[in-house]
Write a protein that binds this ligand. Structure first.
Ligand SMILES: [Cu+2]
Length: 197
């Protein structure tokens, strides 16, 4: 009688131990799979916008977008840009066909909130602030933006990128008074990570 109880308890203990081990194994496996999934996504989520000059302008370059843990890293490189600050936004349509950039539509603003700067409490997802061109017409900027994404409502894939003639004052609604559109591009997903210049 006593021996049976002991045996039964050992079986119980063994089952518990196996059960716990089993669970731990599953959890570890899950984490590993999740980590691999993240790596694969990070590699896949690289995009580039080849920026062409709009009619009568010379501003052109590239903007790359890469998924990182904190959001999306943006690396912009322009040439042929008049010296000074220029509004820099993601616009709602990946369409530069009109020649003046207007076919790219308004700012990418999936939450229908007011225009602001990139650090605004509320802002258009596409509100990326300004880029400053030097006396040689070169404008470069690199930053990570937490609002941008490659999935769901915030996905920038297929959207437009616009560089404006004037500075974005980060206040005037709904455009920041950034004026004409001097360069336009479409955010296209890259199969492979692209070089940044
Ligand atoms: Cu704009």
């Amino acid at each position: 009688m006593t021996a049976r109880i002991v045996n039964a308890c050992m079986v119980c203990a063994l089952a518990l131990a196996l059960g716990v081990l089993g669970c731990e194994k599953t959890e570890t496996g899950g984490e590993e799979m999740a980590a691999k999934g993240t790596e694969m996504k990070a590699a896949a989520y690289t995009a580039i916008a080849n920026m062409g000059a709009t009619n009568g302008n010379s501003a052109h370059g590239t903007v790359t977008f890469t998924k990182v843990e904190e959001g999306v890293r943006v690396v912009a490189h322009f040439e042929g840009v008049p010296a000074g600050d220029h509004g820099f936004h993601i616009h709602e349509f990946g369409d530069c066909s009109s020649g003046d950039g207007k076919s790219a539509g308004g700012h990418f603003n999936p939450y229908s909130v007011p225009h602001a700067g990139p650090d605004g409490e509320q802002r258009h997802v596409g509100d990326l602030g300004n880029i400053t061109a030097n006396a040689d017409g070169v404008a470069e900027k690199e930053f990570v933006d937490a609002m941008l994404g490659f999935e769901g409502e915030r996905s920038i894939a297929g959207k437009g990128v616009i560089l404006h003639a004037n500075a974005d004052d980060l206040t005037t609604q709904p455009t920041g008074a950034a004026g004409a559109r001097i360069s336009c591009g479409v955010i296209e997903l890259a199969a492979e990570p692209v070089s940044e210049k």
